[in-house]
Design a protein around this ligand. Structure first.
Ligand SMILES: Cc1ncc(COP(=O)(O)O)c(C=O)c1O
Length: 367
């Protein structure tokens, strides 16, 4: 291990998590969501080890091209579709599956030449982000079916609040989606990880959604061993964290009562103690929003961050009787210290913390 911060990526955990998700939704096909560099875990490595997924989903064309060029031969879905004619041409040529969520994209598709593209027509069932209004469904389905570029039409939507199990919004969105899918004979998709893990209606085959076609789920966060539900950890759901974000202790020294620590001297020691300096900072993805008190794990115990996080370094109070040594490994999050526990200290959600890992030192992959 180097002396900087690094992310250790456990491929065995990734495979385990996929099987937990599959078992939770036995009737569904799985589109593994690997956008944003596989939520900070490394796009190509993650996709290569998820051989059991039925497809992969990314947000943008360059991510899809990276996957394609790394030799992935499963279907690759562009979740926001093509953004221009040039992108559409590229996507069609490479055989990517396309989401179509707005009139501009539909017109470009109508003008495209002969192809056999799989197109996911996206409807906005209540999130008010991407997608067409549900009442346009009959007309749009007709139009897409007439496109020369389209080989297969599928329907999708996205849930806004599936992680809140008492929010009626999910059932309302499902109701709208069922109206669209009713009588449709192709594949459909609406559930992200919280949808698939938290809502029994979304664990079955397409029939429960009114179609005779396949039902696809689109899990992201749970693949990486992280719970989508506030107040619960991945372990509560049988998941194993994939990322171990670690650094090392690179200095240990006495801290006198009253001494101020770090930029602006924001932290003032209440009593004599030992200060540990750790080789991680916001330049590695350990955000400066972490407050004094944020736990890190060192030699089996939690110790608090003190003062402001700097670019490459941060300080912790090791306690007056610390035996920790320069070179000791520090867990910032991962096994023993779930990212779900750490995130509230930065007013963050686990998604943004793992996505923000910069991998200045190459991440290490273990089975
Ligand atoms: C359209 C779409 N589907 C699925 C997902 C995966 O969501 P999650 O990571 O909550 O499972 C996302 C992620 O934001 C998304 O934008």
């Amino acid at each position: 291990m180097t002396f900087g911060a690094r992310a250790l990526i456990r491929l065995g955990a990734l495979k385990h998590n996929l099987s937990v998700i599959r078992d939770a939704a036995p009737g569904a096909k799985v589109m593994a969501v690997v956008k944003a560099n596989a939520y900070g875990h490394g796009l190509e490595t993650v996709a290569a080890s998820l051989g059991d997924a039925d497809a992969f989903a990314v947000a943008r064309l360059p991510e899809a091209i990276r996957l394609h060029e790394s030799g992935i031969d499963k279907p690759i879905v562009l979740l926001a579709g093509a953004m221009s004619n040039a992108e559409l041409g590229d996507a069609l040529q490479r055989g990517f599956e396309l989401v179509v969520h707005c009139t501009e994209q539909l017109e470009q598709l109508e003008a495209a030449g002969q192809s056999r593209a799989v197109v996911w027509l996206k409807f906005d069932t209540g999130m008010n982000r991407l997608g067409f209004a549900p009442e346009q469904a009959p007309e749009l389905i007709e139009r897409v079916r007439h496109c020369r570029a389209v080989g297969e039409l599928r329907l999708m939507s996205h849930l806004a609040s599936a992680d809140e199990l008492d929010d009626p919004m999910t059932r309302q969105q499902l109701g709208h989606f069922r109206e669209i899918a009713d009588g449709f004979d192709g594949a459909v998709s609406i559930a992200n990880a919280p949808g698939a893990l938290g809502w029994p209606e979304l664990r079955g085959t397409g029939e429960t959604l009114g179609t005779t076609g396949d039902h696809w789920i689109r899990p992201g966060i749970a693949l990486y061993g992280i719970s989508p539900f506030p107040g619960r950890t991945g372990a509560d759901l049988g998941l194993i964290p994939v990322m171990q974000f670690e650094a090392r202790l690179i200095a240990v020294k006495p801290l006198r009562e009253g001494a101020r620590v770090g930029y602006k001297g924001r932290y003032r020691a209440q009593k004599d103690s030992m200060l540990g300096i750790i080789s991680a900072g916001y330049g590695d993805g350990y955000t400066r929003h972490f407050r004094t008190g944020t736990p890190v794990l060192i030699n089996g115990r939690r110790v608090p961050l003190v003062g402001l996080v700097s670019m490459d370094l941060m300080a912790v109070d090791l306690g007056a009787f610390a035996n920790d040594k320069v070179g000791d490994i520090v867990t910032l999050w991962g096994k023993g210290l779930p990212v779900e526990e750490v995130a509230p200290w930065a007013d963050a959600i686990p998604y943004e913390l793992v996505c923000g890992v910069m991998n200045r030192e190459a991440s290490e992959v273990v089975d």
